[in-house]
Structures are given as C-alpha cells and as structure tokens.
Design a protein around this ligand. Structure first.
Ligand SMILES: Cc1cc2nc3c(=O)[nH]c(=O)nc-3n(C[C@H](O)[C@H](O)[C@H](O)COP(=O)(O)O)c2cc1C
Length: 171
C-alpha cells in the first residue's frame, strides 16, 4: 500500500496561520504550499483592503500554485478569518482547485469569532465537505498552546487516510 500524499496549503498575512501550517505539515509529513497574491495587504490600508475583499466575497488574484493539487490524497487548507469570512487568497485557491480535490480538511486562525461562517464558505468553495476542521485562536498559536487541538485534528486526518488507503488497496 502506498503512503498517502498530503499537502498543507495556507495564506497568512501576519504569520500566525503560517506558524500553524508549518507545525501541521511536520505532524502529517506533508508538503507545504504558501499562497501569495498580488495585493498589498500590509499596514492600515492593507487591512482595509482585506475587509473590503471579505465584504464583497471577492477572490484575490493569486500567484499560480507550484504544487499540483490533483496529485494529493488529502489537501489541508488554512486561512485567517477576515470579517467572519475565508481570506480572499484562499477563496481564490479553493475556487481554482475545486475540481481537483480528492479529500479536503480545513483549519483557521482568528481572534475568536467567525470561524463557523468561514468554514461554511470554505465548504461551499471547495464543493465538498471536509474530513475534519480545526479552529485555533491567534493567542493560542502565539502562546504555543494549540497542541491539543492540533493533535486531535491530526489524529482524525490520519485515521481517515488509513481507512481511505485500505479501501483503495482493496479495490
Ligand atoms: C481584515 C481582518 C479581519 C479580521 N476579522 C476577524 C474576525 O472576523 N474574527 C476574528 O476572530 N478575527 C479576525 N481577524 C483576526 C485574524 O483572523 C487573526 O489575527 C489571524 O490569526 C491572523 O492570521 P495571519 O497572521 O496568518 O494573517 C481579522 C484580521 C484581519 C486582518
């Protein structure tokens, strides 16, 4: 039976989601891909641009991803929550890759509110339900206390992958 291939994809404006994505990629022995876009999102004016994109549900123009999503058994997608929404770059990534996903899982970082609506959007944009989803607050990531949530998330993903690979092998 071949080893499952897992990709962790994320966007991060200020580094929090990046930190979580790197940890998850290590725990899952996954490849890691950062999504970048062409919009200036630094500073106060960048913050306003993020808000406007979220209110308008506007996907960003993103740099083409380097990794082929279709080559992975599971793609784990991470975003910061912006005004109760998925970030504009991840909105674009999910839309562009909708037809290529085999299995998806979602994670987000936030101040504390809006993760459920962001996850709901991600599910619609990906065109499928996630295997699992995990919300971690920015404070938990910064204090390094996200371990329990991550361990639970990763164990659910590993269980799912083992089951999926066993079924694939049997067919
Ligand atoms: C434009 C904008 C809108 C945000 N809206 C929310 C929100 O609705 N709810 C929330 O809990 N946090 C919100 N946040 C906080 C971020 O989700 C949080 O700080 C996140 O961890 C940042 O991730 P990053 O460092 O990877 O960019 C918002 C941040 C930005 C920049």
């Amino acid at each position: 039976m071949s080893e499952p291939r897992v990709l962790v994809v994320f966007f991060s404006r200020t580094g929090t989601t990046h930190m979580l994505a790197s940890t998850l990629a290590g725990m899952l022995s996954a490849d890691l891909e950062e999504i970048c876009d062409f919009t200036e999102r630094r500073g106060a004016s960048g913050y306003i641009r993020c808000l406007i994109d979220s209110w308008r549900k506007r996907p960003a123009e993103i740099v083409p991803a380097g990794r082929d999503t279709a080559q992975y058994d599971l793609v784990v997608v991470g975003t910061p929550v912006w005004a109760g929404s998925v970030s504009a770059p991840i909105r674009a990534y999910l839309l562009e890759n909708q037809m290529k996903f085999r299995h998806v899982a979602f994670f987000c970082t936030c101040g504390g509110l809006g993760s459920q609506s962001a996850f709901e959007e991600m599910r619609m944009l990906a065109g499928r339900a996630p295997v699992a989803q995990c919300k971690v607050s920015a404070a938990e990531v910064q204090r390094g206390v996200a371990a329990v949530s991550l361990a639970l998330f990763v164990s659910t993903l590993k269980r799912h992958l083992a089951h999926y690979k066993a079924l694939e092998w049997a067919c």
